[in-house]
Design a protein around this ligand. Sequence first.
Ligand code: NDP
Length: 448
Amino acid sequence: MTDFDYDLFVIGAGSGGVRASRVAASHGARVAVAEEFRVGGTCVIRGCVPKKLLVYASHFAHELQDTANYGWTIGDAQFDWARLRDFVASDVDRLERAYTSTLDNNKVEHFHERATITGPHTVRLAGGREISAKYILVAVGAWPVLPEIDGVEHCITSNEVFHLPELPKRMVIQGAGYIALEFAGVFNALGVQVTVVNRSDKILRTYDHSLTERLLPILQARGIEFGFNRTIRKVEKQADGSLLVHAGEGEPIAADVVLVATGRRPKTDGLGLGSAGVALGANGEIPVDEYGKTSCDSIYAVGDVTDRVQLTPVAIREGHAFADTVFGGTPRSTAYDAIPSAVFTQPPIAAVGLTEAEARERHGELKVFTSDFRPMMNMFASKAERGFYKLVVDGATDRVLGVHLLGPDAAEVLQGAAIAVKAGLTKAQFDATVALHPSMAEELVLMR
Ligand code: NDP
C-alpha cells in the first residue's frame, strides 16, 4: 500500500467517519480525515447531543409545575436561555475535544479544511494540497433542506437554533417530523409560543398512527398550535424586526423566529464525485452496496450521505463495518431490521420493528395488544396525560414484530424491548417475563 500517501482518506469527521478512521487505523491502516467544520459532525455539534441537553433543560419546566403534590414549594423560578445555551455550547466543545483525542490517540491525521475528490484515489484540500489514498471514504452527512420560501433568509434551521441570541416569544416551525416536533416541545416548555405548520395533516408520518394520533392532542394541550395543510410561502421582516409568516391560505402568523425543519439532504454538492465516476441518486445520495462500496471500487460511503437510515448509531455501525471489511479482513455489513428510534417530544415516542400498517402489508394475520395507562408520576401530579404502548405480533408465529411506545422515558424503556424484537422473541416469551413493579416498562409484559 506504499504507492499512496495514505491507505484511507476519510472526508467528514462525524459519527461514521470518526468510527471508520479509528477502526481502520487499529487494523494497521495509515489514515487521514478532512473536516471542514468541527470534529464530531451533526450528532455532536448541532444534533442529538445539544438537542438532548435542551430537552433535559425543558423537562424542568414541567417538573417544577408538578412539585406541589410531592411536598415541594418552589419560589419564583427563573429561566435564563443564555446560560443554558452557553453551557450546552461548552459541553459540545468538550465532546469535540474528546473526538479529536480519539483521532490523535489512534494516529489518524486530521486536516481542518474541506476536501474534494479529484479522481478514484485522489483528493484536493481547500488549501491546494493534493493527497492520494488507496481508498476514500465519503462520510459528509446531510444538510437541512430549505424549501422555496420568499424571504427564506429570515428563517433558521436546526443548525442555527442552538445559538439563538435570546429566547424568542413566538416561534413558527415548518414541518412535523423529528426536528420540528422535538424543538416545538423544547421551546414550548421554555415558555415560547410555538406554532407548527405542516404541508400534510400528519405528524411523524413514519411512526405508528395510533401513537401519533394520541401524541397530537397532548402536544396541543401543552399549548403548541398546529396548522395543517399549510406551507410557508413568504416570510416578511417587519419594521420592529419581528417576522410575518404567510403559510397557505390562513391568516399570517407573527413570529420572532421561523425554524424550517423539512428534512435533510445528502451533502454531496461540489464534492467532485463525478471525477471518480461515483453515481448519485435522485436526492443527491450515494448509492452503495452492502459493504458501503460506491460505483467506484476505491470509494466507499457511510452514514447520512447514503440516505438509508439517518441515525447516528447506524452511521457508526456502517463506518465500523466498512473498516472491518476493507482493512480488517472480516467482511461485515449492517443489518437494517429492528433499528430502534425515538422522537424526543414531550412526552417522547419510541419504536422498533414494524408499525401495525407495515405488518399488515407484509404478514397475514396479526395480533395487536395495547396498553392505555396513566403513568404513576402523572397520577400523583394530577396530570391527565396518558401513556400508550402497542405490541404488533405475527398471528402465525407469535413473534413480536413491533413495539411502539408513547409516554415518559419511552426511549429508555424501548432499548431493552428492541433486543427482544431483534432476537425474534414471541409474545409468549414476553408474557413469561415477570413484571418489574412499579414501572411503566412492566406494561410490556402485562398486555393480554
Ligand atoms: P423528517 O423527514 O422527520 O420530517 C420532515 C417534515 O417536513 C415532514 O413533516 C414533512 O412533511 C415536511 N416536509 C418535507 N418536505 C417539505 C417541503 N418541501 N415543504 C414543506 N414541508 C416539507 O425530517 P427532519 O428534518 O425533521 O429530520 C431529518 C432526519 O434527521 C430524520 O428523518 C431523522 O432520521 C433524523 N433525526 C433523528 C432524530 C432522532 O433520532 N431523535 C432527531 C432529529 C433528526 P410530510 O409529513 O408531509 O412528509
